[in-house]
Each structure stands twice: as structure tokens, then as C-alpha cells.
Design a protein around this ligand. Sequence first.
Ligand SMILES: *Cc1c(COP(=O)(O)O)cnc(C)c1O
Length: 373
Amino acid sequence: MEFINLKRQYQEMKSDIDRSIQNVLNNTNFIMGNEVEKFEEELAQYVGVKYCISCSDGTAALQLIYMAYNIGTGDAVFCPDMTFIASIEPVCMLGATPVFCDIDSVTYNIDPTSLRKQIEAVLLEGKLKPRAIVAVDFLGNPASFKELRALADQYGLLLIEDAAQAMGAQYYGKMCGSLGDVAATSFFPTKPLGCYGDGGAVFTNDLGFAEIIRSLRVHGKGKTKYDNLRIGINSRLDTIQASILHVKLKYLAREIEERQQIAKNYDTNLRERLVVPKVEDGCISAFAQYILKASSGEERKQIIDGLKETGIPTILYYPNTLSHLPVFCDMSKYSDTCDDAYNYSQTAFGIPFYPYLSLSEQENIINNIIRMV
Ligand SMILES: *Cc1c(COP(=O)(O)O)cnc(C)c1O
């Protein structure tokens, strides 16, 4: 059994995808072909924003956003302690300082109470200027945008949505990718909307900002590639990837629906034995992963080892909080030690989950877990 079986998904869409790729090959317009702009328009419409600017990957999407807002030395950027390093990695490269906040013990998203504490601690210390909040829709589950928007407004911070795991998810009827001042996503193959290599995008309703991002992704270009206005990077989405994403976007809504069915089946059968994921009222999770929490690290190990023996893979997503990573462990913790994020890192594990997982496979996984706890 595979953790995420992309072969089945490809078989489902094969003729459409093969035709799309062949079309790009016939036209040989590999860089910024028509398919790129077409896909950007389709995805902007799906997400419900005015502008979608595609780029080379999700990390670059975040980097472009930080660059466009001139985030750099002396700036503080607040992010959840439990996320992938890419959420704030570009912040560090640009010379700014990430400040880690605890997660909510139930939704696993950034905890607004911890966020407020950390902002106040940074202000009290007086060395860094709070600039931005990175709200990660962790595991595809929308962050608490109502509370985060209030904090962003109160402290004059930019609200950046990291929707890398959340294409297709919704927050009170609005799509993830449309919930911050600006948003980033990733098309890494195993994300809810994945391509067949690397890819990413930035979302915004602000035309001026969209133009800066478009310039930055091609060496800071002006009207042409050779009248450069600023220092940028090379970060375009390949035409072949755009042609694949055009096909896969048509299947996304149906896949999100299938993800809800599988999550519901897991929830119903496992909620009395382990902690199952909590999606707040008014939200639809993209379930990029289905994560269970054991009562202890020992219980988690016992379940993972037992499943491995029966050929069922699991994943630790993620085994370390950011503040425990070797690269960050000496940084200031400010006023919060992020205990819920640490507890999550020690007890959470993911089980196989993807839209084409059969009912009998789901039952096999459920029965094997029940046998052990
Ligand atoms: C995957 C991911 C990214 C980075 O995306 P890449 O396309 O791999 O660069 C950023 N943030 C989060 C939360 C992610 O899951």
C-alpha cells in the first residue's frame, strides 16, 4: 500500500493529461506558453480572487510575497511553530526574524492567543518591528481567519495565508487562497492540487501588488525582460506543468468531496480510540493529510510499528516543531514555549489518505488500528 497513490489519480485522468502535455510538446512553448496565463485565470476564478501569479514552487511564492513587501533585517514575522520550514524560510534568507507561536490543541492551527502574546513580547523587547503574520492552513484545515484578521488590523500587520496544503478548502464559503491580504500555494505532487514536478502560485486582489510579483518572478522585469526595474528571481511555472494543472483543476472539487467521505469514515470508526482531526463549523478541510493523535509517544510508536508489519505506511507530519529544529533551536522563544505544538510533534501521525483509496483499503487500515489500541 502506498501512503498517497498518485498512479491511480493519473490513470483516472490519463487521456486528458496526455493530450495536454502532447499539445505543449507540439507547440514547444515551454516557458510562459499560453497555458500558463490560462491556468492562472482559471485558478483565480476558482479561488475567488482577482489575480493568480504562478511561479516555480510554493517556497518561491512565499519568497516573492516577502520580497514584494520589503521584509528584511529588523522585521519580525509570526508563524505557527508547527508547519513546514518553507513557510518562513525565505524570511530568514531576507534577514528578518521568524517568531514562533503555539498551535491550537484541537485544530492544530496557529493559536490567536499565543500570537497576541508573542506580538506583545516582541513589542515589549523593542528590538524588532512586527511586520507580518503567516497563517498556515495546516493539513488543509483553514486557519482562524476572523481572529487573525482582527489581530493583523490591531497591530498593523500584513496577513499572509500559506495555503500550500489547502487548495479546495473553504472558510465560511470563501476558498482558501482568498483569506489573507495575500496568499501562497504549492503544486508539489502530493498537495491537494499537485502537478508533476514543482509549481506554486501567489493570490491577490491588488493589481499593483500583482504587477510587482509578476516583475519579481522574471528578474525584476519592467515592460520587457531586459528593462529590469528591481532585483528579482527566476521563478516561472513551466508550461507543461500549467497544462497538467489545467486538467487536474477540473477534478479538484470532486476529489475534495471524496476526501470528505474518507475522512468521515475514518472519524466514525476511530474517534473512540484516538484523537481524530477537528474541522471547525463553517470550514471544509482539503485534508492534505489525515492525522491521528495517540495518547503518548509510546502508543504512537506501537501503532506505527504494528501497521508497518501489515504493510500499512504512516508518516510523521512533522516530527519536529520549528523551534526544535537544529537550525532554530537557539533562537529566542519570547513569552511562549509552544507546548501544544511540541505535544503534537510527539504524538501525531498520518495514515494513508487520498481520493482514490478504496473502501476495502480503508477498512483494512481501520481494523488494523483498532486491533492495536
Ligand atoms: C509544501 C509547503 C510549502 C512549500 O511548497 P514547495 O512547493 O514544496 O516549495 C510551504 N508551506 C507549506 C505549509 C507546505 O506544506
